[in-house]
Design a protein. Structure first.
Length: 214
């Protein structure tokens, strides 16, 4: 297996502000998104020519590093190699959602899972079930927002199940996710979202977010 040889070069002067923005939950090396992607460009390109097991090992190694930016690179690797993955790989990647969890990493993982179900629509229900009714609310956030990029192909029954399971959950990031999914889907089916909001008792935050485009 090819050894991972990759280090980011950050700026110690901007690192404290980045950590503060994330409520000081993580240590940052101090590198903004655009520069991180530039520094990781060669690594991502190299990864596309490697077997899936090597890429997965690299993802695991990067995700275990201290600085937060390495978790972003790990997720970038999974998205860049999207076409390599099968359902068993998705199950493997699921474990990372509950590790070092905050909205930034969870929503980035959701991007991977969302892209995967768009590529494999016949597996959408199986991926959804990985996160639906989880004991971990971050995983349930993935279930709620899994179809965020589905446009008019969104499965309303699946979205309804995810929302109603957490209808009364007193967690900001869950209620924000509910509103986010409804708002996004209202771009393509405003009548359905309007009716949903009228016929279900949701939190003020979810209603405010979900009705922004109506």
């Amino acid at each position: 297996m090819e050894k991972l040889n990759f280090e980011l070069v950050g700026n110690a002067e901007v690192a404290p502000a980045m950590a503060h923005y994330m409520k000081d939950k993580f240590t940052f090396i101090g590198i903004k998104s655009t520069e991180r992607k530039e520094q990781g460009k060669l690594l991502l390109k190299q990864s596309t020519k490697l077997p899936s097991n090597t890429v997965k090992a690299w993802v695991s190694e990067l995700y275990g590093r201290t600085f937060r930016e390495y978790q972003y690179v790990a997720i970038d690797l999974t998205i860049r190699n999207l076409r390599k993955w099968n359902f068993d790989d998705i199950v493997t990647f699921k474990q990372f959602v509950a590790q070092k969890s905050w909205w930034d990493s969870v929503d980035a993982w959701r991007t991977l899972f969302g892209k995967y179900v768009k590529l494999h629509p016949d597996e959408k229900a199986k991926v959804f079930e990985l996160f639906y009714q989880s004991d971990n609310f971050w995983e349930r956030r993935v279930a709620i927002n899994l179809q965020l990029m589905e446009k008019d192909a969104l499965d309303t029954e699946m979205l309804t199940k995810a929302i109603l399971y957490d209808q009364n959950t007193d967690e900001f990031f869950i209620q924000k996710a509910i509103g986010w999914s409804l708002r996004q889907y209202s771009k393509y089916n405003p009548n359905w979202v309007s009716q949903f909001l009228r016929t279900h008792e949701l939190s003020k935050l979810a209603v405010k977010e979900g009705s922004k485009y109506l």
